[in-house]
Design a protein around this ligand. Structure first.
Ligand code: SF4
Ligand code: SF4
Length: 73
């Protein structure tokens, strides 16, 4: 399951999340949303530490960060 989920429709490509990520795994992609903004994406989910700095920084609440959920039981 994805840890970092972007609501592409709302992203303005401002790059604040990219700057905030301590693991440097966020980037502005080449995908453009309906508003004409290049949207942010996570390029290496495995490195994500679920700190949610990206979600906190985003002015448009685009990002949801899920904690890693144990698959046992
Ligand atoms: S939760 Fe933390 S490590 Fe993961 S993408 Fe966001 S800022 Fe980076
Ligand atoms: S901070 Fe939010 S609006 Fe800005 S690029 Fe990241 S996801 Fe998009």
């Amino acid at each position: 399951m994805k840890k970092v989920v972007f609501n592409d429709k709302l992203c303005k490509g401002c790059g604040l999340c990219v700057a905030a990520c301590p693991k440097k795994i966020l980037a502005i992609s080449e995908r453009v949303n309906a508003m004409g903004y290049a949207v942010a994406e996570c390029v290496n989910e495995r490195e994500c530490i679920s700190c949610a700095f990206c979600a906190t920084m985003c002015p448009d609440t685009v990002i949801t960060v899920r904690k890693e959920v144990s698959e046992t039981k």
